[in-house]
Design a protein around this ligand. Structure first.
Ligand SMILES: [Zn+2]
Length: 472
């Protein structure tokens, strides 16, 4: 079986993975609650004779499926979590939740895990067919959105014997992810004061809500004095209740602190913690600080990146046809010019006027642009040479975490991009498995980074996956 025959095999088996993606889309579960989605994967892994290990890093919805034996060990990373509040009717051209306030696959993780498994199954089939030695693993990685399960999986050495990790993320234009991403952490600040009658005895009360407000003011003043790349956002999780006539004795604010590297992010977090302590001092309340999750910045691996780029150039873009363009034109009409332009800005290429689908791949010559947000793939990229693809699954301009992304999750274009991503990933693995020099060079790339800056986990050794905290 040569590479072309393997591509044909990827296409031949696509129906089961398109179906898997649809099933995941239909049961959108968030942050460590992905029981049904995990069930769908486990049955698919069993069907394809993968050996299953559950409860990776003590996380109930993290699992590994494994095939083959010996070296090299190739990991395909699959995500499958959804987002809160992004429920949406499929293939509809206006915002309409399928379930009011429900979850939805607004980041395409229904496609993500499915294509990663499709690639793993195809590579395993090729290895068996050609008696090529090696181990293929599918990593079921939950809670990418906010829970950063991979950081905990890395801390518990789930990747310690992996040679190369391959993954992708659905998007609008197919290309190799070359830019970095921001390190971040998610931290809860819980203030405790003293309740009292807000009119009768306000002098006896100490307001936890005041503390939250003062902390936010303090952090907002800090923005002038932090690096341009840094980002800080917050949400008041608990405002202390609904009664203005009670001095609120408890309040909680959740922060996300981001910066270019884990070290910079941890330094910035210390400053935020000091502001919280200041707010507590001002209000005579106490504050408890709990780090829920954290991710590092992404390390690009040039050796693996060029192998993936070569395969992407060879394969070309997904094969979109007339009806795909008609669908895409209607969906693009729901987006504004700035959103459309943003797709190109993020890809590092000039906008192509009138283009509705990713009919060209992002060339090797594209400007390297950071990912903007954060990803827990980053922590894997610090311990194993990792390569990541952007898929061409959505209409040009579709923003991440939007109703339009959920709406397109079951469309033909999304599924064409799914199989396309599986093909590029399997093709990359095909080269990596057969060529030890690629693997050695990829490790040299990573060691060069680690020589300058060893990996610093963005979470402490004591913190545990925020399984219950995130469901509130
Ligand atoms: Zn995502």
């Amino acid at each position: 079986m040569n590479k072309h025959e393997m591509w044909e095999y990827v296409e031949k088996i696509e129906a089961q993975f398109h179906d898997l993606s649809d099933r995941i889309w239909e049961t959108p579960e968030t942050c460590y609650m992905e029981q049904k989605s995990m069930g769908a994967y486990l049955s698919e892994l069993e069907k394809n004779n993968f050996k299953i290990t559950k409860g990776i890093a003590g996380i109930p919805t993290a699992f590994i499926g494994e095939c083959g034996s010996g070296e090299p060990v190739i990991a395909f990373l699959g995500e499958f979590d959804a987002l809160a509040g992004l429920s949406q009717y499929p293939n509809m051209f206006q915002k309409k939740p399928l379930k009011e306030g429900g979850n939805g696959h607004g980041c395409g993780h229904n496609l993500l895990g499915s294509a990663a498994l499709q690639a793993a199954v195809a590579i395993n089939n090729w290895m068996k067919d050609t008696s090529t030695p090696g181990t293929v693993r599918f990593y079921g990685c939950p809670a990418e959105e906010g829970g950063a399960a991979k950081t905990f999986m890395v801390r518990e050495n789930a990747f310690s014997d992996v040679d190369i990790a391959i993954t992708w993320h659905p998007g609008c234009l197919a290309g190799v992810v070359k830019g970095s991403s921001l390190a971040n952490c998610r931290v809860d600040f819980t203030f405790e004061g003293k309740a009292s009658h807000a009119a009768g005895a306000p002098h006896l009360g100490r307001s936890a809500l005041d503390a939250v407000e003062l902390m936010n003011v303090g952090v907002n003043y800090m923005r002038e004095h932090m690096s341009e790349k840094a980002r800080i956002h917050y949400a008041i999780i608990d405002g202390g209740g609904i009664s203005p006539n009670v001095v609120q004795s408890n309040a909680r604010v959740r922060y996300v602190v981001r910066d270019e590297t884990s070290i910079k992010m941890l330094n910035l977090l210390n400053r935020v913690k000091n502001v919280a302590k200041g707010a507590s001092l001002m209000t005579e309340t106490s504050v408890k600080i709990k780090v829920l999750a954290g991710v590092s910045n992404l390390i690009y691996n040039p050796t693996l990146g060029s192998v993936m780029q070569r395969n992407l150039d060879l394969i070309g873009p997904p094969n979109f046809v007339g009806e795909d363009y008609r669908y895409a034109t209607k969906m693009q009409a729901t987006l504004d010019e700035k959103e459309i332009e943003n797709t190109y800005l993020q890809a590092g290429i000039e906008p192509l006027r009138g283009q509705v689908l990713g009919e060209k791949v992002i060339p090797a010559s594209a400007k390297i642009v950071g990912m903007g947000g954060s990803t827990d793939v980053s922590d894997v990229s610090w311990v194993v040479p990792t390569v990541q693809l952007w898929g061409a699954n959505y209409v040009i301009g579709t923003p991440f975490h939007s109703w339009q992304m959920t709406a397109q999750g079951k469309s033909n274009i999304a599924k064409k991009g799914l199989t396309h991503a599986a093909m590029v990933m399997a093709s990359t693995a095909y080269d990596v498995i057969q060529n030890k020099e690629i693997r050695d060079n990829a490790w040299l790339d990573l060691r060069k980074v680690l020589d300058k800056q060893p990996y610093v986990s963005p979470i402490s050794i004591k913190s545990s996956p925020p399984i219950r905290d995130m469901s509130t």
